[in-house]
Design a protein around this ligand. Sequence first.
Ligand SMILES: *[C@@H]1O[C@H](CO)[C@@H](O)[C@H](O)[C@H]1NC(C)=O
Ligand SMILES: *[C@@H]1O[C@H](CO)[C@@H](O)[C@H](O)[C@H]1NC(C)=O
Ligand SMILES: *[C@@H]1O[C@H](CO)[C@@H](O)[C@H](O)[C@H]1NC(C)=O
Length: 184
Amino acid sequence: MKLFQEAIFLLSGLLPFTITASSSELTFRFNHVGISVANLTLQRDWYNRTLGFSSLVEVVGPMEMPAAPTNSSTSASTSKPSTIQAVQLQNPTTGAIVELIWLSSSMPASRLSTSSAAAAAVQGLFHFAYRVPDLDRAIRKLKEDGVHVVQPIAQGAPYVNHEQSTFAYISDLEGNLIELIQME
Ligand SMILES: *[C@@H]1O[C@H](CO)[C@@H](O)[C@H](O)[C@H]1NC(C)=O
Ligand SMILES: *[C@@H]1O[C@H](CO)[C@@H](O)[C@H](O)[C@H]1NC(C)=O
Ligand SMILES: *[C@@H]1O[C@H](CO)[C@@H](O)[C@H](O)[C@H]1NC(C)=O
């Protein structure tokens, strides 16, 4: 027990030092976006058809998850066993990866919304963005395919090394916001 406490003490003493000392030398390469979904089949098909995520990189489950050890009254949904299933899809052209995860006990988020302003009014991650070479063409095609355009094309803020940008928002089947951006 004493050893254990000393180990904790050591860890808590070392950790902040280690992080401060080396954070500028660490490398963080963007890898994927993860989305908790209500219906894995429908969402997988949507990301496949709409955004060209075609190759299945990884599948988890479906498998049973043990009940989470929690006594908090606010997380009742995690206190019973649930089923989990996850897939990773990759766009073969751009290399972008999206991970879709389904948890049988998950709840719909109150952030799922129909405008970017409403989505931004809830703190936390509110959209992810894909760059497209021709936004007009992309939006026209997506509309034809019945994709919900949440916010039409608008002029964006100037970016470093890019004078002009235009952007629009679409949403997936479950209301997750996806920004499409064109930079000149
Ligand atoms: C997902 O949607 C399909 C097609 O509507 C349906 O057959 C299936 O039961 C749904 N799955 C879940 C987990 O709701
Ligand atoms: C996605 O669609 C393509 C055809 O457009 C198909 O070849 C591929 O198997 C699909 N991938 C998944 C993971 O459903
Ligand atoms: C949860 O359990 C911990 C440790 O057993 C206890 O200290 C805490 O008061 C409990 N919280 C609630 C909300 O019951």
